[in-house]
Design a protein around this ligand. Structure first.
Ligand code: SF4
Length: 366
């Protein structure tokens, strides 16, 4: 069963309500809930809601911190669907995880589903009965894919620990099968000393062996899924060249979900936590172009007035699903919770959660 984000129709406060009134209502509802509630906010969330977060971070950190907030039985996740699922998988039995908009999916996570991944797995394992294939899934994937990986001896990884996870997987077997982000997979393989074209790419739309020849598959140690983030593939080498021409001495930092040529042209690449840390470390007066979602870049610009901070792609379309979490929806959720209703609960099936947790625990043990 797929755990893709379902479409939903939710009652919202009138959009004509002034922002100041929404803030006051959300603040009052949040105060009424006290310690019963913890609000988790991903770095890519809009300014209008991130201020309500008790904890900000990347998806895995937030899921863990939500589970650690044992005084809270209500966990509101300001993020996208797979993140709320992960928070539910790690949650305490008495906690319920709530996503203010159940339609907030993730383009990258939706690039792989359990049916096509399972079909690919059957084809690959049938091809190499004498080899151990280790599945790895990126955090940005459905709970059903994390469970699949858990059942088949693999692990989850984040953009911050992908290199360690790939090393571990290569020690466990003969071939790594990574999904759903081709670009993170290729950038990680390069960090391990491989050539960019060494991994083969499995295209789920191709009928046989994902469009890979049997010889190429046999010669490869890493199979990548043909999936991508539509935000991070919006950055180009041309943008880097233009930014460097306009800002001598510029430092360019991009996320490893960007295509390989962009990562090669940048000065540094790393997870959202890495990017935030580097902005703290760089000296006053630095000019920094960042290749990641606009909401985070704009916040870093505001937080570092002593530096010139800007988004590498000034015409970037922000992550539309992250931006589905708005102040009116958060206000509606908080007022519903304060009134004793618990809408938009994200609940992963118990068996699926158990298997997914295996994969998450293997990541934690790395
Ligand atoms: S920025 Fe990309 S990976 Fe992150 S939630 Fe949006 S679509 Fe998914």
């Amino acid at each position: 069963m797929s755990t893709s984000a379902p479409a939903c129709s939710i009652p919202l406060p009138e959009s004509t309500i002034p922002e100041a009134e929404l803030i006051a209502r959300a603040t009052a509802a949040r105060a009424a809930l006290g310690d019963r509630l913890v609000i988790l906010g991903h770095h890519y969330q809009k300014h209008e809601v991130i201020g309500f977060a008790d904890i900000t971070g990347d998806s895995f950190l937030l899921a863990r911190r939500g589970a650690e907030a044992t005084q809270a039985d209500l966990v509101v996740f300001l993020g996208v669907y797979f993140m709320a699922e992960a928070a539910d998988i790690l949650s305490q039995p008495h906690q319920r995880v709530i996503l203010p908009d159940l339609g907030a999916g993730c383009h990258l996570a939706e690039c792989a589903d359990i049916f096509t991944v399972n079909d690919a797995w059957q084809q690959i394992t049938a091809q190499f009965t004498d080899r151990i294939i280790v599945p790895l899934t990126y955090m940005n994937s459905g709970a059903d894919l994390k469970a699949f990986v858990g059942r088949n001896g693999g692990a989850v990884c984040t953009s911050g620990n992908a290199e360690r996870a790939f090393r571990w997987a290569r020690e466990q077997g003969d071939m790594v099968f990574f999904f759903p982000d081709e670009h993170l997979g290729r950038n990680t393989a390069c960090r391990l000393g491989m050539q960019p074209d060494a991994p083969v790419v499995w295209d789920p739309r191709k009928p046989e062996l994902g469009g890979i020849t049997a010889d190429a598959l046999a010669a490869s140690e890493i199979v990548l899924w043909k999936g991508f983030c539509n935000v991070h593939t919006g950055f180009t080498v041309r943008q880097i060249d233009d930014a460097r021409a306009a800002h001598p001495g510029l430092t360019v930092i991009v996320h490893p979900e960007c295509p390989r040529p962009v990562v090669e042209a940048a000065d540094e690449d790393g997870s959202t936590e890495y990017i935030i840390r580097r902005l703290d470390e760089l000296p006053p007066g630095s000019a920094v172009a960042i290749g990641t979602d606009w909401n985070l870049v704009d916040r870093l610009r505001i937080q570092h007035p002593d530096k010139t901070v800007f988004c590498l792609n000034e015409h970037l379309c922000p992550c539309v699903t992250m931006n589905r979490i708005t102040l009116p929806k958060l206000t509606w959720i908080l007022e519903s919770l304060a009134a004793g209703e618990v809408p938009n609960v994200v609940k992963v099936d118990d068996d699926m959660a158990r298997d997914a947790r295996l994969a998450l625990d293997r990541m934690l043990a790395l």
